[in-house]
Design a protein around this ligand. Structure first.
Ligand code: ZN
Length: 302
């Protein structure tokens, strides 16, 4: 299951109601940020029940996707963070380390900076994140979160397994040997939960449909109205109708990075127009909810 909260839905610059690009995700107990535009801290406080994250991924060097990063890192320091924090940056953001040192920022926790590429993968036991290059004016990457397929065990057949370490292997869909006997997941498991994905397209012309197999939630930008297609093409962004054309390929499309001239943001069929605070809970069954609420859980804590 993946929880996704829109922390910033505005394209390029903040508005009265929208901060710039940032998304909070929580998957199998691991919290992380996709982009960290200006205002990310206030949005975390308003819309999430958790402020600390395990890692942050930045899609590209345009300021509306990372200008909230240094303030967030400093707040973690002021909160006496103990756990290391991993920061995944595109290869042309090495200047970020200079920014930190020029400002004389010394953090009380380990900040592990990793420069990723389109062959990188962040791996956890139950999910992974891969990267793909988008079609934008600068080096920019989108991310694909994949929750691995797994099986639930049939209690009545567990006596077939003497080595209990084999159980988690079988749940991940991998056959094991019990002595000379090959046991497959189908022999001892009753439910197969297929792999599913959440895709974040960052800034881009429309992303390739090839990326959308098994996609339950696609977050795709819609910076321009359809009558500004020429601008979308020259600035390497997408029009709303170009984003909408991908909706039939996914369970839910969330149109985000909303440009200031977008006139109509009414939800329709499986298409949600992002606003700050919109949250989704995504499972292999699809989208459990697409709701908007302000969380008071963090108020007063920092
Ligand atoms: Zn950009």
């Amino acid at each position: 299951m993946i929880d996704v909260v829109v922390l910033g839905s505005s394209g390029t610059k903040p508005t009265k109601d929208r901060n710039t690009s940032a998304y909070y995700c929580r998957c199998e107990g691991i919290s992380f940020l996709l982009d960290a535009g200006e205002g990310v801290q206030q949005s975390l406080l308003k819309y999430c029940t958790q402020f600390e994250t395990e890692f942050i991924i930045i899609s590209h060097k345009h300021g509306d996707h990372y200008f909230g990063l240094i303030p967030y890192l400093v707040t973690m320091h002021l909160l006496n963070r103990v756990k290391p924090l991993s920061l995944y940056l595109p290869p042309d953001m090495k200047f970020f380390e200079t920014l930190l040192s020029v400002q004389g920022i010394k953090l009380c926790y380990d900040l592990n900076i990793v420069y990723y590429s389109d062959t990188s993968e962040i791996k956890y036991r139950k999910f992974s994140i891969s990267f793909f290059k988008t079609n934008h004016t600068v080096n920019c990457y989108g991310f694909k979160l994949s929750v691995h397929e797994r099986y639930t065990l049939d209690e009545e057949k567990l006596n077939l397994i003497s080595d209990k370490k084999n159980l988690s292997t079988l749940q991940r869909g991998i056959a094991v040997f019990e002595g000379d006997c090959l046991i497959t997941p189908k022999d001892v498991c009753k439910t197969h939960i297929p792999k599913f994905t959440v895709v974040y397209g960052a800034d881009s012309r429309p992303i390739s449909p090839d990326l959308l197999g098994g996609c339950k939630l696609l977050i795709h930008e819609g910076t321009f109205e359809d009558d500004e297609l020429h601008l979308a093409k020259s600035k390497k962004h997408s029009c709303v109708s170009e984003a909408k054309a991908l909706a039939p390929l996914v369970d839910v499309l969330c149109v985000s990075h909303i440009g200031s001239k977008i006139r109509r943001t009414k939800n329709e069929a499986n298409i949600f127009f992002a606003k700050d605070g919109l949250s989704f809970t995504v499972s292999n069954m699809g989208i459990v909810s697409g709701k908007y609420q302000i969380s008071s859980a963090l108020h007063g804590r920092i």
